[in-house]
Structures are given as structure tokens and as C-alpha cells.
Write a protein that binds this ligand. Structure first.
Ligand SMILES: [Zn+2]
Length: 374
């Protein structure tokens, strides 16, 4: 499964002299279980002459070979259950890397000096890793869920407390029986909480979901520590024996609603702060500058956004417009770049949180905004 460490590895790849083909493929199937990525690949192949013409470092035969490498991997390495592919192939070189995951990604092909990470970052940043706890009074299951898929599952069953004294006394009075049941439940829940804490420590899920009867969920919450309570995003009813696929299907709309709520909250905060001119910025140029000054805390970007920009080959600064010379160092060694890709690279490199929002929702912020640290 893909993770942030893939992104870090690709970001840290040492640059070579050769261009890299970055290919993003939507591997969704239609109603008749057919995929349509080949159509996109064929369309792109017809444009190779043009691409090579734009950049003398790109050779159209080598570009074709790089694409054939990806196609070879699709035949040998692609797993049918997946819906998205990201592949990088050095044009005329050895570097090759392909990633696959169970959610779709928009078709896109880019040839540039580095592997393009924006669309991959969008997938990784848009989905949380969930810890899903199901429980009744005697069992608990903990599911590790990412990209709508089960990564791991733990089943915990507690042994009843041994009470030889009660047994010797020959049966229980009603109140003693209830007291004992309560003690057992407390004991189980303390055990379960320890397991959930251990899971949280080892897997660091972004958030937690607790499923069970209202009564059990409410009681269980009393045993959770404050850090775990803060991760709790949803509680609801579910049978402990429910099939995992059914749990994931029923949970999905609630998790989606939570993602939407979070995005709305951050957007509201950016707008509010921009309006009050307090630790926030809107627009591509302002955000680029803030990122390059290391000021950004959270970056809010429209999904699948691209924007022409310029990078200075001497001082490395990135600008959101076309320039003849660098306003900072005067150099005329300027390269055309995608300013959005540059923003994502800087943000990922600095550990800045990125929130991708639906296209159109940040038009008033000119496509991008950020919360600033100082
Ligand atoms: Zn410069």
C-alpha cells in the first residue's frame, strides 16, 4: 500500500541529467468491467513528436521506450483489484518506479526534469488512515483501514474473571450477579483500551471510529485517554460479527462527511484570517513566497490544479508568472514549471499539511490559500 514514505523517497531522489516520464492512470472499470487507460496512453503516444520538439533533451524514441516500460509493468505488475497507478520512467535511463492503489486518479502524463508528485500527494493526503474499533461486552475487533481497504485486523477476546468464591457460594443473588457482570465489563473494557492504545502507538492512525451499541460505546469512551478521545471522529451502531466489506461500505459516507467537514472548517479559517489579514495568504504568488520563507502551516489547494510558473535556475526561487529575468538575483536562466507542483514539493519537503479541496471552492482565494505559522 502507498504511504507518505513513498512520497518522501520520490522527493529525495537525486536528480539526473535525463528527463522523467510521469504517468498517472485511472484504472477504474466501467459497467462491463473494462478499463480505458489504453486509450489515454495511445492518445499521448501520438503527441510524442510534439513533446520532443518542445525540449531538445527529450528523444521521441527514448520516450516511447519509457512508455513501453510502463505498459510492460501494467501487464506483469498491475493487480486487478487496484484503481490507480502512478509510474515514473527515466527517458533514456534506468530509473523506474510504479505504484498502485485501490482508489482512482485522473489520467495525466508529464515529461519533466523530475518525477511529478502532485497527483500522488493528492491521493495520499486526501485519505486518512482510520482505526476502526468494534466491540461488545466480551469481544473487540480493531481494523486498520486506508484508502477504503482493510490493511490489518486484530481480534481481542477477554477471558471472564475467575470468581471461585461466588461459585462456591452456590449461585448468585440478582444484585451480586449484576455487580459481577459490571466488574467483568469494566475489566474487559480496560483490556480493550490497552489494546487500542497499543494499536494507536504502533499504527498511528489519523483518527478513530468506535462501533457498537450506544450503551457499550458510551461506556467504552469513559476509559479512553484524552489523546484517543481527540482522535475520535465517529461512533455508531454495528454488530461485532459484521463482515469487513459491509463495515467499510456502511462507514464510507460517514468518513466522507468527516473529510468534507474538515475541509470546510479549514477553508472557513483561511477565509476568515485572509479577511482579517491575520496569519493567512491567498493566491499563487503570495502562497509560493510564504512557502519559500518557511511560513506555511497548512496549504489549501484545489484538486487537479495546474498553473504555469517559472523557476530561477540560479537562486531556485519559483514565481507564478512568466519572467525574463529573476527579480531576486537577476539571472536569466529561467525554466518553465508547474507552480502547483512546486508548491506541493515545497510543502511535502517542509512537512506542511496539505488540504485538497473540490475545484471551484477556492476560486475566491484564487485557487490556493494557506494558514501561516508566523
Ligand atoms: Zn534568481
Amino acid at each position: 500500500m502507498i504511504s507518505k514514505s513513498d512520497l518522501e523517497r520520490i522527493l529525495q531522489r537525486s536528480e539526473s541529467e535525463r528527463p522523467v516520464l510521469s504517468l498517472f492512470l485511472d484504472m477504474s472499470v466501467d459497467n462491463s468491467n473494462k478499463r480505458h487507460h489504453q486509450l489515454f496512453i495511445n492518445q499521448k503516444r501520438t503527441q510524442f513528436g510534439e513533446l520532443a520538439g518542445d525540449d531538445p533533451a527529450v528523444d521521441s524514441t527514448e520516450l516511447d521506450q519509457a512508455l513501453e516500460r510502463v505498459e510492460g509493468w501494467l501487464v506483469d505488475g498491475f493487480q486487478e483489484e487496484n484503481r490507480g497507478v502512478v509510474a515514473y520512467a527515466e527517458v533514456g535511463g534506468d530509473y523506474f518506479e510504479a505504484l498502485q492503489f485501490p482508489v482512482p486518479i485522473s489520467n495525466r502524463m508529464v515529461v519533466s526534469d523530475k518525477p511529478v508528485i502532485g497527483p500522488l500527494a493528492q491521493v495520499i493526503e486526501s485519505y486518512h488512515h482510520h482505526g476502526v474499533v468494534l466491540l461488545d461486552r466480551e469481544h473487540a475487533r480493531i481494523l486498520s483501514v486506508y484508502l477504503g481497504t482493510l490493511l490489518d485486523e486484530f481480534v481481542i477476546r477477554s477471558e471472564p474473571i475467575d470468581t471461585p468464591h461466588d461459585v462456591q457460594a452456590g449461585g448468585y443473588s440478582q444484585s451480586r450477579y449484576q455487580r459481577r457482570k459490571r466488574e467483568e465489563m469494566k475489566h474487559f473494557f480496560r483490556e480493550f483500551v490497552k489494546e487500542v492504545e497499543e494499536f494507536n502507538r504502533r499504527y498511528s492512525p489519523d483518527d478513530l471510529v468506535i462501533l457498537g451499541t450506544d450503551e457499550n460505546v458510551a461506556r467504552f469512551r469513559e476509559y479512553l485517554s484524552e489523546p484517543l478521545l481527540q482522535k475520535l471522529v465517529y461512533t455508531g451502531p454495528m454488530s461485532i460479527d459484521e463482515q469487513t466489506s459491509e463495515i467499510l461500505t456502511r462507514l464510507e459516507p460517514h468518513l466522507q462527511a468527516e473529510r468534507d467537514r474538515e475541509a470546510r472548517e479549514i477553508l472557513h479559517q483561511v477565509r476568515d484570517r485572509v479577511a482579517n489579514d491575520y496569519l493567512a495568504i491567498a493566491g499563487v504568488q503570495g502562497t509560493l513566497t510564504a512557502l519559500q520563507e518557511g511560513k506555511v502551516d497548512t496549504l489549501v489547494l484545489s484538486r487537479d490544479h495546474q498553473r504555469d510558473g517559472t523557476r530561477c535556475g540560479q537562486c531556485g526561487f519559483v514565481f507564478a508568472r512568466d519572467l525574463r529575468s529573476c527579480p531576486y538575483c537577476g539571472s536569466e536562466a529561467l525554466a518553465a514549471v508547474d507552480a502547483v507542483e512546486e508548491m506541493v514539493r515545497m510543502a511535502e519537503g517542509q512537512g506542511v499539511t496539505i488540504e485538497f479541496v473540490e475545484p471551484g471552492t477556492v476560486d475566491d482565494l484564487r485557487g490556493v490559500g494557506a494558514l501561516l505559522r508566523f
